[in-house]
Design a protein around this ligand. Sequence first.
Ligand code: SAH
Ligand code: SF4
Ligand code: F3S
Length: 451
Amino acid sequence: MSKNLYIKTFGCQMNERDSEIIEQLLAQEGYVATAEPEGANLILINTCSIREKAEQKVFSLLGALRPEKQKNPNLLLGVTGCVAQQEGEHIRERMPHVDLIVGTQQIYRLPEMLDRLRQGMTSKEIATNLENSFTIPPFQKLLINAPPALPSIACAFKRFVTIMQGCDNFCSYCVVPITRGREISRSMADILEEVEILVSQGVREITLLGQNVNSYGAANPVTRQPLNFPRLLREVAAIKGLQRIRFTTSHPKDLTEDLMRCFAEIDNLCPHFHLPVQSGSNAVLRRMNRKYTVETYLEKVTLLRRYRPDIALATDIIVGFPGETDDDFQATIDLLNRVRFHSSFSFKYSDRPHTRSAEFGDKIPEEVKSKRLSILQEQQDTISFERNCEYIGKKVEVMIETKNGADFKGRTPGNHIVHCPDAAATLLPGDLAMVCILHAGKHSLRGEIEN
Ligand code: SAH
Ligand code: SF4
Ligand code: F3S
């Protein structure tokens, strides 16, 4: 019987990387990953639980797949990722047609679980242990030598490398420490080996991934080496042939001057920094357990810009956190206007299971949250547009990602999307081109190739 696998991925880049790992792992078992669910006999939903809506999406998709499951007795349906971790067995109560439930640290067990299901040894498989041990699950080491042509890999020249898993910060609203467990860093040697292999396969851009990369190495009793993120960054950046390096995400409390200096000193480190602020009100930041103030955040931004004036800053913001007053919200808008982020991702607060803020009183009504979100997004759109206009007339280096007829789409070092005609049709994905920017929109730039 042919084995066709379809994975639907929700959530963050950690999940995207996990989907890649699953595809690689199951390719070794003879599964062919497909970009469409039709014809698949294994469907995996790699889930996100960060907000209530993200979780609802998973359950409605699972519900929509029930008729498929009834039509095709050979179809196996599985749930992986953060909702699987959080809900475990409860998923079966709501969705009894689900065959397997695999938590965030157990995906390397998928082959044996699938074997047991296929052989009829069992009708359900569930693995949701969070080991929280100081050993990196073996799959991360094993699966570095991968074929790049997998459906989950959007651009073969850009890849993610996970440098740590879990999170110990326990922001009061956040489910990640619950779904991903304690923070554990991989060894520097493993990471360097992985990047070297990817670069030797033609990869030109690497994004180092972790929930809080700035604290890389803080919890690594495996090696007991004094690891730190700037050191890792310098060593990765020195790998010959690596053209661009990025990282995400950073926690402001752990942003050191040493890391800022990297932006001035490392040529291939892209001047793009995602530094989630969450709120512009100290009272809200305190209740969020973020462990910094608006003042220290602003000081760090000023210093960072001194090291790298052209750095493009992005952020995350939550509106409608329990107890957020009009004044608190106004303080967030003021912060937006002071920092003038190039982009921001903003969300309406929602309660998550087992988090502290779920127990807080003073919940903000839905209509107030919606109103605040649209005010904030409108303001950010204005700022993003003005920021993008600053590029008009400038030459920027663009890495080509996709081609659409005679047009290509690529990204600048600052992570701006650029559209550009390629009349000579000589450029290929992965190539670098110098582009003169002619037009700016809220979300992208348009230009022409400089010869
Ligand atoms: N580790 C990263 C990303 C965490 S999740 C970090 O610390 O920045 C991505 C974003 O989702 C967060 O930055 C936050 O803005 C948002 N988020 C997390 N929990 C949320 C909740 N309960 N309601 C609304 N947004 C939330
Ligand atoms: Fe969640 Fe905070 Fe950890 Fe980010 S740092 S993953 S927001 S607990
Ligand atoms: Fe979502 Fe889990 Fe990532 S909750 S944001 S997929 S760590």
